[in-house]
Write a protein that binds this ligand. Structure first.
Ligand SMILES: [Zn+2]
Length: 363
C-alpha cells in the first residue's frame, strides 16, 4: 500500500491542510480527541480520547471520549452523507470501559437523533467489552469495602447501555412522546465482544494471554480484527485493526507494551498508540508515596506505555507511521512527545485534536 500523509509536530495542522486530506483521500483517520484521562486536567483544551476512520463517506468510531460528538461534526465527518453527521456512522468500537473512553457514550443516545442518527437506514453497530467477570480482588479488611451496584458490579457494554437508557429514561421518553423522536434503542445494535473459543483468560493474573487476532466486524469497506491488550486491572481491554482497500490502521487502546498488539499491528500503515510521560508521573506523585499514591503510580506506569517504550513497540510491529494519542498528561510538552521517535525508524506523528491523516494514495 502507498504510504500515508504525515505531519511533523508540534506545528498544528492547518484547517486548509485538513480539508485537502479530507478531499484527496478515500480513507482517512481523524483524531477527534487525544487526551488520556479526564479533560478537566489543568484546563487542557484537548478532547477526550476518540478517533474516527472515514472510508468513502462511511465513518467508523473508536471510543467515546468527552466531546467526541462536537468534534465529529466540527471535523465535517459525514458531510457527503444524506442526513449528514452521524448518519454516516456505521459502526463504533469501544476499547475498554474506563471513563475516559465512554464518558461521551450517553450523548449518542441523548443527542444522536438530532445529529443525524435518526436518518440512518440501518442501526449503528456498537461493539465493546463484555463483563469483567469478577471484581478486582482485595485482601484483608479492604475486601469488605462497599462497592457500587453490588448486584452487578462489573457490567459489560450491553448492560452499561441498558443502564444508560434507564438512567436517562425521562429525557428519552419525553422525546419519544413529545417530540416524536425515534426510540434510540432502534438506532443501534449493541454487542459484547465474544472471545474466540480456546482463549483462556485469568482476568486478575493475566488479562491478555498471547493469542492470534480475531474478527469482530466486516462490511464492504472495512475488516475489523481485535486482540486483548494488557491494561490491568481492566479486563477486557481491546486493540483494534481496520483493514481497508487503502491500507491498515491500528488502535492500541490502553495498554502496556503488548506482544498481542505488536502481532495485531504487523506492517500496519498507521499505528495509533497511547503514551504516558514517566517524568509527569514522578512530578505528580513525588517520593515518598503513601499506599494510595504508590498504587496510582503503579497503575500509570504498568498499565500504560511510556515515551521511552512506544517507539520500540512500533518498530517491532514494523508499522510505517506511529501516531501518538491518549496523551498522558493531556497538557504535556510537545518536545517530550517527540522523544518517542527513539528506536523507531518510521514516521512519528504527535496527535492533535481534529488532525486528519490520509491513508493510501491520493485520488
Ligand atoms: Zn484506561
Amino acid at each position: 500500500m502507498a504510504g500515508c500523509t504525515t505531519f511533523t509536530t508540534p506545528a498544528a495542522q492547518s484547517a486548509s491542510a485538513a480539508r485537502t486530506i479530507q478531499h484527496d483521500y478515500r480513507t482517512k483517520l481523524v483524531l477527534l480527541g487525544t487526551a488520556g484521562g479526564r479533560t478537566s486536567w489543568n484546563g487542557t483544551k484537548l478532547g477526550g480520547i476518540s478517533s474516527a476512520i472515514e472510508v468513502d463517506g462511511d465513518v467508523y468510531l473508536v471510543d467515546f471520549g468527552e466531546g467526541w460528538q462536537r468534534h465529529f461534526l466540527q471535523a465535517g465527518l459525514g458531510g457527503k452523507h444524506p442526513g449528514g453527521g452521524l448518519a454516516a456512522l456505521r459502526a463504533a468500537f469501544i476499547t475498554h470501559l474506563h471513563a475516559d473512553q465512554v464518558v461521551g457514550y450517553p450523548g449518542l443516545f441523548m443527542f444522536g437523533t438530532s445529529d443525524g442518527l435518526s436518518t440512518r437506514r440501518s442501526p449503528v453497530r456498537i461493539f465493546g467489552p463484555g463483563s469483567r467477570g469478577s471484581m478486582v480482588p482485595m485482601e484483608g479488611r479492604q475486601a469488605a469495602v462497599a462497592v457500587v451496584s453490588p448486584q452487578d458490579p462489573t457490567p459489560g457494554t450491553v448492560r452499561m447501555t441498558e443502564s444508560i437508557y434507564s438512567a436517562f429514561a425521562i429525557d428519552i421518553n419525553d422525546n419519544i412522546r413529545d417530540s416524536q423522536k425515534p426510540d434510540p434503542r432502534s438506532l443501534v445494535q449493541v454487542e459484547d465482544i465474544r472471545l474466540p473459543a480456546g482463549v483462556v483468560v485469568d482476568e486478575n493474573r493475566n488479562p491478555a494471554p498471547e493469542m492470534p487476532p480475531f474478527l469482530v466486524y466486516q462490511d464492504d469497506k472495512v475488516k475489523v480484527t481485535a486482540t486483548l491488550v494488557s491494561h490491568p486491572p481492566v479486563y477486557p481491554s481491546f486493540a483494534y485493526r481496520f483493514d481497508t482497500a487503502d491500507g491498515s490502521i491500528v488502535f492500541s487502546g490502553d495498554t502496556s507494551p503488548s506482544a498481542n498488539l505488536i502481532r495485531l499491528a504487523d506492517k500496519a500503515d498507521v499505528l495509533v498508540h497511547e503514551v504516558i510521560d514517566t517524568r509527569w508521573v514522578d512530578e505528580l506523585l513525588p517520593m515518598p508515596r503513601n499506599a494510595s499514591q504508590a498504587a496510582k503510580a503503579h497503575h500509570l506506569l504498568h498499565s500504560h506505555t511510556t515515551i521511552e517504550e512506544v517507539g520500540a513497540v512500533a518498530q517491532a510491529a514494523k508499522a510505517k507511521t506511529l501516531v501518538l494519542s491518549h496523551l498522558a498528561p493531556a497538557d504535556g510538552n510537545p518536545a517530550r512527545w517527540s522523544k518517542a521517535q527513539q528506536g523507531f525508524s518510521g514516521s512519528l506523528v504527535v496527535g492533535q485534536d481534529l488532525m486528519w491523516i490520509g491513508v493510501g494514495s491520493r485520488h
